[in-house]
Design a protein around this ligand. Structure first.
Ligand code: PLP
Length: 375
């Protein structure tokens, strides 16, 4: 098909998604032979052996057909019990195809064209585009420079069209973990303005300064909690997540799943059940050390907010660079792959670095970035 045919046939929905920023970085990156890759959005550890074996066993045992739409009962029951033990609340659960699957189902269930979704800037990039894909409008709240949840700034962004407030803790791309007080403030805002509070906790097990405060406690009747397995168990390609929240919303998302994703992959659900018993504390300790290493190397030459979880840091680029791309281009010219902040933001002043790699690569990469910063 010619370009003009693409113009004629492609939907406004598809055209509302712009992947040019990240593509530009990939295009530059592919030319490197052995880059120091600090751009990766997944852990560098493998799936625990017990979890792999559970998936293999499920396949060998013939658990290869569709499961019920909401996910296999033993897995769901365990997640319901886990959330109850944490929060005292018994919430219905839907097993999803990754957290992305849960995000899309929630937005499809809740948004009509023109409805607004308030989110922090910087944001996880799927929020922006998934909202647009269903006809909604993302509204950004500037959280620079410390990326904390300031209720006054969020409240100023709320209009009569706002339906959802999205928060991620720990955050991608900043790694910032919301305090219990900030979660309470977010719930209070949602209560006062009659909003759904969507809390994305995909990195909740990768927290380095104490456990990650959990999100449903303060407004359970209007909170949708999304959790994942990809980042905690090194199984991002297996596509597994879960959603817990008000019965009416989980039922609606289940109905939509029936006609879209159908169910999360069957053998992966059995593996997810085994994952609930896997011990990842060794990885958490490793990533705490990696976080400390990267922060200690970068903070001498960059302004940054110390991350408490996940595996990202979001430093400010030195003032003398015209924008984030100019800095990232120079990093790539020096063999270091990082992501320009504007992929996750309306601002072009920062970059995202992932420390999900070896200590040696972190050291080499950070030293090169610091050298560039010093000029
Ligand atoms: C904050 C956040 N939410 C959701 C996702 C998507 O997770 P999944 O791979 O489970 O769809 C990611 C992946 O990078 C993420 O960073």
């Amino acid at each position: 098909m010619s370009e003009s045919n693409a113009e004629r046939f492609l939907s406004a929905r598809s055209r509302s998604v712009d992947a040019s920023g990240i593509r530009k970085v990939f295009d530059l990156g592919v030319k490197l032979k052995d880059p120091i890759n600090l751009s990766i959005g997944q852990p560098d550890f493998d799936v625990p052996e017990s979890v792999k074996q559970a998936a293999i066993r499920a396949i060998a045992d013939g658990k290869n057909g569709y499961t019920v739409t909401q996910g296999i009962a033993p897995f769901r029951d365990r997640i319901v019990a886990q959330i109850k033990a944490e929060t005292g609340q018994e919430l219905p659960v839907l097993i999803t195809s990754g957290v992305s699957g849960g995000i899309l189902l929630a937005l499809m269930a809740l948004l009509d064209p023109g409805d607004q979704v308030v989110m922090s800037d910087p944001y996880f990039v799927i929020y922006k585009y998934a909202v647009r894909m269903v006809g909604g409008e993302p509204v950004y709240v500037d959280t620079y420079p410390d990326f904390r949840f300031d209720p006054a700034r969020f409240e100023a962004a709320i209009t009569p069209k706002t339906k959802i407030l999205v928060i991620a803790t720990p955050s991608n791309p900043t790694g910032v973990v919301m305090s219990d007080e900030e979660l309470r403030a977010a719930a209070d805002l949602a209560e006062r303005h009659n909003l759904i509070l969507l809390i994305d906790e995909i990195y909740n097990q990768l927290c380095y300064d104490g456990p990650c405060p959990g999100g449903t406690r303060y407004a359970p009747q209007r909170t949708l909690l999304l959790r994942g397995f990809g980042k905690s168990y090194g199984m991002t390609g297996w596509r597994l997540g879960c959603a817990a929240g008000p019965k009416w919303l989980i039922e609606e998302m289940t109905k939509l799943q029936q006609y879209t994703f159908v169910c999360a992959p069957s053998m992966v659900q059995w593996a997810g059940l085994a994952a609930l018993d896997a011990d990842i504390s060794g990885h958490v300790n490793d990533y705490r050390r990696k976080r400390d290493l990267a922060v200690s190397l970068l903070e001498k030459d960059f302004e940054l907010a110390r991350p408490g979880g996940g595996f990202y840091i979001f430093p400010r680029i030195p003032q003398r660079f015209e924008n984030d791309f100019a800095f990232v281009e120079q990093a790539i010219a020096n063999n270091v792959l990082i992501i320009p902040g504007s992929v996750f933001s309306e601002q072009k002043t920062h970059f995202r670095l992932s420390y999900a790699t070896t200590d040696e690569k972190i050291r080499q990469g950070c030293e090169i970035l610091c050298r560039i910063a010093r000029g």
